[in-house]
Design a protein around this ligand. Structure first.
Ligand SMILES: [Zn+2]
Length: 660
């Protein structure tokens, strides 16, 4: 971005953030998620760091809180109530540490406390009595909420410090459990529930009638002793606050190293759902009072503390490009590409846009700022486009007419949204098919790059070829030494036994996911029976409708696929039959021999399973033995089975066979 463009961007960000903050602080109305707003604020902050000449007094990074409501009388803070700078990554946290370390020659500790999310208030006591309680307001002037605050039992009305003026700051919060009860009641009464405990706390304190506030079970936790009562550091301040009768922010501690602070951050993040209050990060503060104060203030944030936020499930990013990904079925999926963005604890730079309909629905264009969200998946999705931030020149997303990988024509079938590459031998499709099979066989260490290289070197054409690889083949690939080659080949060979349901997944039939594969396995029991199934048979499988049945029939009917299955078997893949519902005695006529120590079952249990399913157990291996189940440290029976060519099952494979 040029300087002029950055200036324009800064102005747009300021306007949008301000608009949402106004709605939020003045009307308690949340129009954008906290995470998305934080993300925008963070971007603005970074631009302002790069171009300090564009920092203006009205920038959202320069203000705290919001305008006080007219109904409350005003309180001027003796000492400004500042806000905090957010950091999102360990790198940013380290940068902060480096910055302040350069500014002070003195050593200091970190005081780490959960960032309890509620409404910040300042309590002023005179000669031991609570005189005023006020909100942060714009940092200089807040609202007088003394009457409402008095209804909160965790706030002492009198403190032991009898002389002079004492100021304590902290957070009014709604305990999560109380919040849930309260919100349910609102819904029952036909009222609108609050978005989160912070909103509810803020809304409750700013009630004009203290009686309403009194009914809500709010708490107060102190996080700062503002007055100088001789405390040297935060630990001493904590002790004094407790002596005065305040509850301090729980789970707080003084730590010495960056690593210890990071560990505490992780620990808090892990148990955040179990904490009494809603916590969205950890505040790290220079513990020693004199060092903290000497660091001073930059803009409207103190240099001596920082809020290290927990990973948010939402973030904002600018779409740089839209690329088309070719899947194993040849379907083209649009993927938005953006600068590396931190979301849900991982760095991502792609988000799926699904298809052209979705692109049109979102009206997303290249150059747009979007809100990304993660909903349990690894790949984030685009939630909405922030049209207020749309630049003058955006580029519409065009559906490709040619496959971006092989250049073949792209087709769109009647009644379907997706577009497909016409070329059945498209490199991208081959690569994705092999990758898909490798995942179904649970082969570790076979990523997209290696698969692409195997295809390019003609070592593998289709997935079954993976099982023919020998270490020498892999040596031809870049970066493959002898040990790595042997390791990967051994890994592939160790995954040759596969339960029927996983094998069906590996085939990659259209419309057949894991659940359908399981249904098919349970219904047909063996691969041979599935291969012989008619359309009618397929339609009689529970949960399988006509479209899916047709897709399976079509797949199995093609010679290309029949050869593929034959290749798997020829290359030594052993498909373990599934336990069918129709045939409880499906091991009838099969003879088993057990050897070695089993870890999940006792021998007796294993024998019982075999007999229940109609099989028999023998104590010695002969030509008549169908399977030898080999546990840990198998004995001579294992050797004999090998000599006679009897099928040998690992305990895992045996378990899959009886439980499938
Ligand atoms: Zn193609």
């Amino acid at each position: 971005m040029t300087k002029t463009e950055a200036h324009g961007r800064i102005n747009k960000l300021k306007e949008l953030i301000e608009q949402h903050r106004y709605q939020y602080h003045v009307f308690d109305r949340q129009t954008l998620s906290d995470a998305a707003l934080d993300s925008l604020k963070h971007e603005l902050y970074q631009w302002e760091q790069q171009y300090p000449e564009f920092v203006t007094a009205d920038s959202p990074t320069q203000r705290v809180g919001g305008q006080p409501l007219k109904e409350f009388s005003k309180v001027r803070h003796e000492k400004r109530m500042l806000s905090m700078e957010d950091v999102f990554t360990r790198d940013e946290f380290e940068d902060w540490h480096t910055r302040i370390s350069k500014l002070t020659q003195r050593s200091f500790h970190f005081f780490c406390m959960p960032k309890v999310d509620g409404l910040a208030v300042s309590l002023v006591y005179e000669n031991g009595l609570l005189k005023t309680a006020s909100t942060r307001g714009d940092g200089d002037v807040g609202e007088d909420v003394t009457q409402n605050i008095r209804t909160i039992s965790s706030i002492p009305l009198r403190i032991k410090e009898e002389k002079g003026r004492v100021e304590v700051r902290g957070e009014i919060c709604f305990p999560v459990k109380e919040f849930e009860v309260f919100n349910k009641k609102l819904v029952r009464d036909g009222e609108k529930p609050f978005a989160n405990p912070r909103n509810a706390a803020a809304g409750s304190i700013r009630q004009l009638d203290p009686k309403v506030t009194a009914l809500r079970k709010l708490s107060f936790v102190a996080w700062e002793l503002v007055s100088d009562l001789g405390q040297k550091d935060m630990e001493e301040a904590w002790q004094m606050l407790k002596t005065m009768g305040f509850r301090t922010v729980p789970e707080s501690k003084a730590l010495t190293s960056l690593q210890a602070a990071e560990d505490h951050w992780h620990a808090l993040q892990k148990k955040r759902d179990a904490l009494e209050f809603w916590v969205d990060g950890m505040v790290v503060r220079v513990s020693e009072r004199l060092v903290y104060e000497s660091l001073g203030v930059i803009g409207k944030t103190p240099r001596g503390l920082v809020a290290w936020k927990f990973p948010a499930e939402e973030a904002t990013a600018i779409v740089k490009e839209v690329e088309w990904f070719v899947g194993r079925t040849g379907a083209l999926t649009p993927v938005a590409v953006f600068e590396p963005t931190w979301i849900g604890g991982t760095m991502v730079q792609h988000a799926t846009l699904h298809n052209m309909d979705e692109i049109e629905r979102l009206d997303v264009r290249v150059g747009d700022t979007v809100i990304l969200f993660k909903a349990g998946d690894i790949i984030p999705k685009v939630k909405e486009v922030l049209k207020d931030l749309r630049p003058l020149h955006t580029k519409y997303v065009q559906a490709p007419v040619q496959c971006p990988v092989c250049g073949s024509d792209v087709v769109k079938h009647e009644g379907e949204v997706a577009r497909y590459c016409k070329n059945k031998r498209c490199f991208a499709q081959d690569r994705e098919s092999v990758l898909h099979a490798a995942r179904a066989f649970e082969i570790e260490g076979l990523g997209p790059q290696i698969v692409a290289a195997l295809l390019e070197q003609h070592l593998v054409h289709r997935a079954p070829d993976l099982f023919t690889l020998v270490p020498e083949d892999l040596l031809a690939l870049e970066g493959f030494a002898e040990v790595a080659s042997q390791k990967l080949v051994a890994e592939i060979q160790s995954k040759k036994e596969i339960p029927l349901s996983r094998f069906i997944v590996a085939l990659g039939m259209r419309h057949v996911g894991e659940q359908t594969a399981l249904d098919l396995a349970v219904h047909f029991g063996t691969l041979a029976k599935l291969q012989q199934a008619t359309l009618e048979d397929l339609q009689s499988v529970s949960n399988i409708g006509e479209v899916v049945a047709r897709s399976i029939e079509e797949y199995l009917g093609k010679s290309y696929h029949q050869e593929l299955i034959a290749d798997y078997l020829r290359h030594g893949v052993l498909v373990i039959p599934a336990k069918t519902l129709q045939e409880p005695g499906r091991l009838v006529g099969k003879t088993f021999v057990l050897t070695g120590t089993l870890s999940f079952l006792s021998r007796e249990e294993a024998k019982e399973h075999i007999r229940t399913l109609g099989g028999s157990v023998s104590s010695s291996v002969s030509e008549k033995t169908d399977y030898v189940v080999a546990g840990e440290e198998p004995g001579s029976k294992f050797k004999k089975a090998k000599e006679l060519g009897v099928s040998i099952l690992s305990e895992q494979a045996f378990l899959a066979m009886i439980h499938a």
